[in-house]
Design a protein around this ligand. Sequence first.
Ligand code: AMP
Length: 364
Amino acid sequence: MKVGVLGAGQLARMIALAGFPLGVEFIFLDPSKDACANKLGEHLHGDYNDPRLLAQLAERADVVTYEFENVPADVAEFLASHTQVHPSPKALAVAQDRLVEKTFFHDIAIPTPAYAAVDSFESLQQAMNTIGWPAILKSRTQGYDGKGQSLLKSPDDLKAAWELLEGVPAVVEAFVPFTREVSIIAVRNVSGSIVFYPLSENLHRGGILRVSESRYGDVMQAQAEAYIARLMEALDYVGVLALELFEVDGKLIANEFAPRVHNSGHWTIEGAETSQFENHVRAILDLPLGATTPVGKAAMVNFIGGLPASEEVLAIEQAHLHLYDKSPRKGRKVAHATVRAESTEQLSLLVAKLTKLADQVDDS
Ligand code: AMP
């Protein structure tokens, strides 16, 4: 079997690494010549909307998937009319637009922060009467890792925040005074079977994920599973899906979902019986899904902007280092490391060691 992937970054790379033992081959489409998954399969080099390359991808791959959600909708539709595409173009379309996404959550009774559509400075001023302070202004599309976002603390912030958007449509949403951020990752295969991973507890700084910890037995697990199952059923979803949530006053509020494997699930490579990457491959090929049972307590630390010497990371004997073969650049995720431990205390010590190394090279 051959899987086609739109995008050949680290997520595609880890999908391929998980697919090889199952005898799966890969073909990637990516505009970057030195995209980091290239060595793991055939590389179609060019734009995502190049009709010639899309036709080649559709012809050579038994099934096509994506490593990022900002694939143009007509590209996904084109591929879906020629081959199997998972997740569906519909899931992509919902995830691409924060307003559509929030409305979708609302329609299936998954709570979100209060929000309003904004398409002019006047509509922003008006929306703030109902949303209240503080709030966050986000572009509807093309936003990730906190990009295209401004915190609004008082009316004085409105003008600069609106100008930063350069007129693109936006949503303004209430700032959630969360006690923590968690995400749930689940997998649904073509036959409709769903498995859930233990919650990830996530630490962001500057809008970018820094640390994720597996939380087996978390009190919020059942609520998160109910929400993500509802979302998957409503989208008739196939593959790995990640739902990012805020916890506030003992309740979960949805922030966004990612229709793909997710950074907060990288710990599953060593910390779960079957990784999110392997289960994504299994799901889209309609193979039985693997157990998501945790293997010890696990946590992952991202290396962003720079890399410590491998020797320093590997000197922590429980550390598993994953280099993405990407050259360091400001704010760029270039590697991660996962640690496993039997107790929470031991895990915290290991995370502290990795975080220290990550902070030394982090320029974001
Ligand atoms: P996003 O790109 O929407 O995932 O936002 C990136 C990060 O910004 C989140 O992980 C949160 O840490 C923070 N953030 C986004 N929206 C809100 C909100 N409504 N209230 C509080 N923090 C938020």
